[in-house]
Design a protein around this ligand. Sequence first.
Ligand code: FAD
Length: 260
Amino acid sequence: MKEDGRESEYQTKIVIAADGIESMVGRWAGVDNALKLDEVDSAYQYLLKADPLDQECIEFHLGTKIAPGGYAWVFPKGDGLANVGLAITPAIGNNIKAKELLDFFVMKRFKNFSVIEWMTGGVPAFSRRSQLVKGNILLTGDAARLVDSLSGAGIANALLSGKIAGQVASEYLANGGNSPDYLKKYEEEFLKIKGRELRFYSFCRKIYLKMKDEDFEEVIQFLKEYLKDEDSTRLTPIQTLKAILRSNPKLLLLLRHLVW
Ligand SMILES: Cc1cc2nc3c(=O)[nH]c(=O)nc-3n(C[C@H](O)[C@H](O)[C@H](O)COP(=O)(O)OP(=O)(O)OC[C@H]3O[C@@H](n4cnc5c(N)ncnc54)[C@H](O)[C@@H]3O)c2cc1C
């Protein structure tokens, strides 16, 4: 480890890798955490003071020209502020940059705005290869690719995985810390809670990356009808996605060329 410019060596029974998308710890441990081109998004976000802004409404803007393989978002934060960002899947984006598309989006969407801060980074997608434990190394959050592959949301899973990893690590040490197999409990516990959801989003992402603007239009039309009679606060994203797939079975055909 490097601390204040000085190198020190530690011996430890466990390492919890929470070092994000570029996780070196995972790589040093021999985990195959390389992301395929279509398993990573490029995201750029501004904190804007902007007008007009509806503080009661979050916005998602979809379309192959707006954000190929991704979407643009407006998340109001009160006081005329909003997180306004855009993510794309560079593999299908013809070399276009997320920042260029976001700047274009912001100019079109707001009459007045000023940039307060910005952030950018890669967003990994969960896949069947995502690995959470190798020997006595526990990978959490983006380091383990525990991101909802459809929305790119990774904060909640980073927190949950960190919590479970910490709990299992402390149990392991309390029991003497001699049998690293025990640490697999972390992966089992996390995937018991989140595995199905992550796999489902990963499946939906494969469809999403193949959707054309006409498909988005159909989905939006469907949602307008579907949400008219439903209390949307009671619907989970998974229920809504399943309803979309049931009503538009041709979306499943978009996957017909994929080998599983
Ligand atoms: C523009 C953008 C917007 C996003 N918006 C959302 C959102 O609205 N909601 C959501 O849920 N998710 C969002 N995400 C995804 C979310 O940010 C990540 O999934 C989440 O931060 C993952 O948390 P983490 O702790 O695993 O990794 P990180 O937040 O990346 O933290 C890893 C940390 O480890 C540090 N680190 C790395 N290597 C070392 C080292 N060798 N030594 C010491 N420190 C090291 C890094 O500096 C970093 O601070 C967004 C991502 C981007 C890029």
